[in-house]
Write a protein that binds this ligand. Structure first.
Ligand SMILES: [Zn+2]
Length: 173
């Protein structure tokens, strides 16, 4: 109970002090920004959460060959086995999502190209650029640019949005 009349942050209805949930829309009096968003636009909120989960599940695949190469070259075979084991578990848990990606030519090719770019960049760094070369900084800069730009391309380009929307409508049928 808030002890005073309060206005719902989601629907702007005035509520009596003795209610701790909005009597019109059910939004809690002390709602955080996520609660408010959920009450204003439940469908949009659900889709936004699904998009986050979708991005997180797929983003790891950008880096699997990259880290596999680092562990293989450094002789950290335990880490390599753990990484590949985790990749298998994640893949099994997300098999529907990955099948969807694999069946879409744009998504499949983009994911392969992005993962290959990360892999190629680390191989160049390890085998071609000497440790004391100023090129080390350029290769570091390259990852920092590649990560956000490939994320944007894969999830927010026209095709990236299309692939997600197709997956989302299939999953919510
Ligand atoms: Zn309300």
């Amino acid at each position: 109970m808030s002890g005073y009349r309060w206005t719902c942050q989601a629907c702007q209805t005035g509520n009596e002090p003795n209610f701790d949930q909005c009597q019109f829309c059910g939004c809690p009096a002390n709602a955080g920004s996520e609660d408010i968003e959920k009450h204003i636009n439940p469908e949009g909120f659900k889709k936004k959460k699904a998009k986050e989960q979708y991005s997180n599940s797929l983003f790891v695949y950008f880096f699997i060959p990259f880290f596999a190469a680092i562990y293989a070259v450094n002789g950290r075979h335990e880490s390599l086995v753990i990484l590949l084991g985790m990749a298998v578990v994640v893949t099994i848990n997300n098999i529907k999502l990955l099948t969807h990606i694999w069946n879409d030519r744009w998504a499949r090719n983009s994911l392969i190209v992005i993962a290959s770019l990360f892999l190629a960049s680390i191989l160049v760094r390890i085998f071609i650029i000497p440790n004391n070369s100023p090129l080390v900084w350029w290769s570091a800069l390259f990852y920092f640019l590649l990560a956000p730009s490939s994320f944007y391309y894969f999830f927010y380009s026209r095709n990236g949005k299309r692939v997600f929307n197709e997956y989302y409508s299939k999953a919510n049928k």
